[in-house]
Design a protein around this ligand. Sequence first.
Ligand SMILES: NC(=O)C1=CN([C@@H]2O[C@H](COP(=O)(O)OP(=O)(O)OC[C@H]3O[C@@H](n4cnc5c(N)ncnc54)[C@H](OP(=O)(O)O)[C@@H]3O)[C@@H](O)[C@H]2O)C=CC1
Ligand SMILES: Nc1nc2c(ncn2[C@@H]2O[C@H](COP(=O)(O)O)[C@@H](O)[C@H]2O)c(=O)[nH]1
Length: 325
Amino acid sequence: MKIFDYEDIQLVPNKCVVKSRSECDTSVTLGKHSFKMPVVPANMQTIIDEKIAEWLAENGYFYIMHRFEEDKRIPFIERMHHRNLIASISVGVKDYEYDFVRELADKKLLPEYITIDIAHGHSDAVINMIKHIKEYLPETFVIAGNVGTPEAVRELENAGADATKVGIGPGKVCITKIKTGFGTGGWQLAAVRRCSKAARKPIIADGGIRTHGDVAKSIRFGASMVMIGSLFAGHEESPGETKVEDGVVYKEYFGSASEFQKGEKKNVEGKKIWVHHKGLLADTLVEMQQDLQSSISYAGGRDLEAIRKVDYVIVKNSIFNGDTI
Ligand SMILES: NC(=O)C1=CN([C@@H]2O[C@H](COP(=O)(O)OP(=O)(O)OC[C@H]3O[C@@H](n4cnc5c(N)ncnc54)[C@H](OP(=O)(O)O)[C@@H]3O)[C@@H](O)[C@H]2O)C=CC1
Ligand SMILES: Nc1nc2c(ncn2[C@@H]2O[C@H](COP(=O)(O)O)[C@@H](O)[C@H]2O)c(=O)[nH]1
């Protein structure tokens, strides 16, 4: 098994076939809908809120609303549908989530996307929830995760998942790899590759993206979509606290399994960091899209398909993907 991570890989350029990078098409289709870019902000409370979700949907980006304000989910779906926007929400696997899915069906509120958002997705808990959603909301596109192995991808797909999310422990505010010794931290890109070879449906690479070039690398190794937390943290619009130290503005970014999210110190597998204020999210998205257009031109093509076929070299290996403890 070849083991590597984002920082270990360089993609090898091909002859350019476009006159301008602006000709390169970064759009992607997931389920019945197409989006501007194969990128989705992480469904975390310091990355997305309803305002950002609405803005992303209005502007042609994929989004997944987090699941940490449970009571707001139904009014959110109603508001999005009232405006003819896609509703994309998250659920957990606790008993009350089964009732929630039934309530959606009873009210004929059919979200276009539901993401089952659990740390260890290769479990009967997730398999049963996939089947439950498919029974009550058969038209909804179900994203299930998180997993880190081909076996898990196949099992969740067989249970009815329309896409699986790959990444156990590569996240910037993740401490799973340190606290449990398990996961894809340090070899996330190789795990994406292994999983995508087994997959019959789309894979979402989740966690460990540290540069815009990592999006192209994820696509090269089989991802259809890339979930990103830290690169989207710290923007003007980002939810969460702001602090100023020595004239420098910081914003908080915390893990969904951190004490800050959970409100208690139980099974903590996430931490909080302060990131530099980065300006407007819209500007970062534009820059990311331009960089991806450039990646497509280096791949010698006009759309994302070109990236999937490029050669690559492994330049080094490190287990922390640029992170420190
Ligand atoms: N991608 C990643 O690497 C990780 C992501 N996270 C994020 O943190 C949030 C909280 O996740 P999670 O704790 O799963 O959600 P929940 O708190 O909803 O717990 C999920 C359920 O699964 C049970 N469970 C059994 N084994 C595990 C395990 N190893 N890890 C987690 N739950 C387990 C839990 O019981 P009990 O609590 O009693 O064990 C609980 O009933 C999610 O948003 C998730 O995406 C968290 C860690 C890793
Ligand atoms: N182990 C943990 N992983 C977490 C936690 N909260 C979120 N996450 C995962 O991280 C990615 C974002 O990664 P990034 O490198 O882009 O910042 C996110 O989508 C989750 O899968 C957590 O508390 N612990």
